[in-house]
Every structure is written in C-alpha cells, then in structure tokens.
Ligand binder design. Sequence first.
Ligand SMILES: CC(C)(COP(=O)(O)OP(=O)(O)OC[C@H]1O[C@@H](n2cnc3c(N)ncnc32)[C@H](O)[C@@H]1OP(=O)(O)O)[C@@H](O)C(=O)NCCC(=O)NCCS
Length: 191
Amino acid sequence: MINFDQERPFDKAQVEALLDVAFGPDRFSKSSYSLRENVGPVASLSRVARVDGRIVGTVRFWPILVRDLIRGSDMEALLLGPLAVAPSVQSHGVGAELMQRSLAAAAEAGHRRVLLVGDIAYYGRFGFESVLPNYITMPGGRDARRLLVRQSAAMKSLPAVGKILPAIPERIAPAAVLAGGYGRGLPVAAA
Ligand SMILES: CC(C)(COP(=O)(O)OP(=O)(O)OC[C@H]1O[C@@H](n2cnc3c(N)ncnc32)[C@H](O)[C@@H]1OP(=O)(O)O)[C@@H](O)C(=O)NCCC(=O)NCCS
C-alpha cells in the first residue's frame, strides 16, 4: 500500500537518492536548480509517497519571482519540482496523486500561481499550460519553451517579457523571513 504524506527532515537522504535515480547525477546542472541555491523548498508543501516506509515518490515547491522586464515589477509564484517516482512504481498513478495532493495544499495555502519546467504532455492534465507566447526565461536563458504555468483565472497575466528569479529571502518582506516563512507565512526548510 502506498501512503502519501508531508516530507520530513529525516527523509532528505532518501529523497535525494530517488532524485539521483530519476534525473541522474548531473541533475544539478539544470537551470531550475540555480533557482534552488540558498533557498529551501516550501516545507509545508513537500510531499512524499511511501511503501513500507521506503520513499518511492517526491514533489517539492520553491519560492520564485517572475520579473516583468518591461515594467520592472515582480510577482510571487511557486516553482514545482522536481517530481519523481521510483521506476518500480511508475504508471500506477503515484505521480498524479503527488501532483493533485500538493497542488491542493498549495491552493489551500493561498498560492494561486505555480510554474514548472516539464512536458505539457504530462502536466497538461493537471491544468498546466505553456507560458508561450509570453517570453519568460529561466536563469541562463534556458528551458523557456518547456516553461508551464497553472494559475487561477483571476490572476494578473504573466508578463509579456520576463524572467524567473529565485525568491531569496532578501527579496521577500523582511518580516516574513524573521517569522521563518515565505510569502503567506509558510515555513521554509533547508533541502
Ligand atoms: C514523470 C513521472 C513523475 C510520472 O510518474 P508516474 O507515477 O509514473 O505518473 P502517473 O502514474 O501519474 O502517470 C503515468 C502516465 O504518464 C505518462 N508520462 C510519464 N512521463 C511523461 C511525459 N514526460 N510526457 C508524457 N507522458 C508521460 C506515462 O507514460 C503514463 O502513461 P500511461 O498511464 O498511459 O501508462 C515519472 O515517470 C518520473 O519520475 N520520471 C522521471 C523523472 C521525471 O521526468 N520527472 C518529471 C520532470 S520534473
């Protein structure tokens, strides 16, 4: 039986091992990883799937900013990922369950805009769509064509020309950092 719950600090080693299997040891060279340097995942949204205590699935979220390069303003968002499921249990709905549970938790916490870098063929079923024709780049200008967004209809549109930045604590309200949280007071833990 597969159980789904929040990632705990002592899960880190197993989660990292699963990510190595899913993405390979060079995963840290991906542009999305540069958004995670010096910033922890949003601990309250990190979810894992377990079979007999062994972690077989993981999903995490990171605080980011989308900078409007024309207006010079920033909007807060979450970057979803990595999402990974152990090869032994793939295609049994574990990925979908992690996506649905974590996105519901994000919405419950008040997050209305989530971005990720991935395949629309998989993530489209969870309400993600391409950011195109908006021209929004990742650090290093990479992966823009695979950048997807899921946001509520009431949200302000993404900038026509923008870039993704890490939401390092200095860029977030000092009060939120002192309180140990991001944005709406969510706790942030080291990865
Ligand atoms: C992508 C991944 C998380 C899906 O997990 P999962 O538990 O197998 O997903 P689900 O059971 O919910 O869905 C499986 C279905 O999605 C499909 N699928 C998986 N990856 C896909 C992709 N990149 N594009 C399109 N479809 C995909 C599978 O073929 C499968 O289809 P089927 O139901 O017709 O057999 C898993 O395959 C994985 O860890 N892959 C390696 C890491 C990775 O690529 N992560 C995503 C980028 S962040």
